[in-house]
Design a protein around this ligand. Structure first.
Ligand SMILES: [Zn+2]
Length: 77
């Protein structure tokens, strides 16, 4: 959950909050033009891209390890 400062009272509110729970300021309207949600979205993309890269790298490493093990088993016979 991304927290942004309410422009009216500086209360920390969720990026997805419809309105500030402290003062009732409509958070979503200001968020649309805000810099913090944009940064949050970029960070989210970066994190998910990193997770995908990690998953691919992990499976490639596993396959390589398995291939080496199979080669060792076959050549030691
Ligand atoms: Zn507020």
């Amino acid at each position: 959950m991304v927290l942004v400062a309410c422009p009216a009272c500086d209360h920390r509110i969720s990026e997805k909050a419809v309105a500030c729970p402290s003062c009732g300021h409509p958070g979503r309207q200001t968020d649309r033009h805000g810099l913090v949600p944009a940064l949050g979205r970029v960070a989210g993309t970066y994190v998910s891209a990193n997770a995908i890269t990690g998953a691919i790298l992990g499976s490639v490493m596993f396959v390589s390890f398995a291939a080496v093990l199979i080669t060792l088993i076959l050549t030691h016979r």
